[in-house]
Structures are given as C-alpha cells and as structure tokens.
Design a protein around this ligand. Structure first.
Ligand code: ADP
Ligand code: MG
Length: 150
C-alpha cells in the first residue's frame, strides 16, 4: 500500500501518467472516491500515457467507453448501474478477462464482482488537494505499486 498527497490537479495527472507506464495486458484498476475527487482526471492522464489520443470524458450514460492505445483501454463509470448483474449484460466478463486495460470509476458500487487481483485507488479530499491511496491485490499489482516512483 502506498499513499501520497496530491497538492493540485497537476499532481493527480502526474501520478496517472506514471501508473500508465506500468500496466500489463489484463490490468484492472478500481477507482474509489466521491464526486469531484479526481477519478476522471487521473484516468485522462493514465489514458494519455497508454497512447490514447482521444479526449476522455466520464462514460456515465454508456457505462463503458473503449479506446485504442498501446493496448485497448476500457473506461467504466458504474455510478448509474442499478445492480452488479447489469454489468454482465454489457459484457463485463469479457472486458475483465481481455488483454486490454480496464479502469473502473465508482468500483465500490460493484465490489461483489471485482476480480480478486486488481489495483484499488482511493481518492479523498484533503485540505485544498487530494490524498491518493494505492492498494494492490495480487503479486503483479504489488510489484506495480512497489516499483512506482512518485
Ligand atoms: P471525479 O471523476 O472523481 O468525479 P473529476 O476528475 O471529474 O472527478 O474532477 C476532479 C476535479 O478536481 C477537477 O475539477 C480537477 O481539476 C480537480 N482536481 C483533481 N486533482 C486535484 C488535486 N490533487 N487537488 C485539487 N483539485 C484537484
Ligand atoms: Mg468521473
């Protein structure tokens, strides 16, 4: 587990970029944090780092958006999902088991169906900035967090 203080938006973007350099095919990142905590901001620089050229916005109404980068990127926002079962209707299993990278905003809402191995990222309001906590589940993610130089 690692925790950092992000004093402004540029720091949120910086850590997103650094993490984007560390992903492997099949990476699953679970973002947890209140509205405005910085989940999408983080995802934007993370995606950029993956070579995605499109501008990323929250896929609130579509639940998932797909992007092409060095690897495919699947960006979920499950804020409006009624129940975890709905995720299977949109092909959740296929996305999670794919060789692409999944990043899920509001992952706590579907915590009963998150894969065992994943990186959880919690963003919290702190003073004028944010506090980020990286919690790895599984060896690959432990290594990812260990090697993170921020
Ligand atoms: P979420 O997707 O979690 O709802 P957004 O990324 O859409 O949040 O919005 C986050 C807001 O907070 C943006 O206005 C952004 O400029 C700001 N922000 C992001 N990171 C920081 C930070 N470390 N300190 C202060 N403001 C931040
Ligand atoms: Mg968002």
């Amino acid at each position: 587990m690692k925790r950092f203080f992000l004093e402004d938006e540029s720091k949120t973007r910086e850590i997103g970029k650094i993490l984007g350099e560390k992903v492997f095919p099949g990476t699953v990142i679970c973002m947890i944090g209140d509205l405005g905590a910085g989940k999408t901001t983080f995802t934007q620089s993370f995606a950029e780092s993956l070579g995605v050229e499109d501008y990323i916005t929250s896929p609130t109404f579509t639940i998932v958006n797909e992007y092409e980068g060095r690897m495919p990127l699947y960006h979920f926002d499950v804020y409006r999902i009624g129940c975890s079962e709905e995720m299977y209707d949109i092909g959740y299993d296929e996305y999670i088991d794919s060789d692409g990278v999944c990043i899920i905003e509001w992952a706590n809402i579907i915590d009963d169906i998150l894969p065992e191995e994943r990186l959880e990222i919690e963003l919290k309001y702190k003073d004028m900035g944010r506090e980020i906590t990286l919690i790895p589940y599984g060896e690959k993610y432990e290594k990812m967090v260990e090697e993170l130089n921020f």
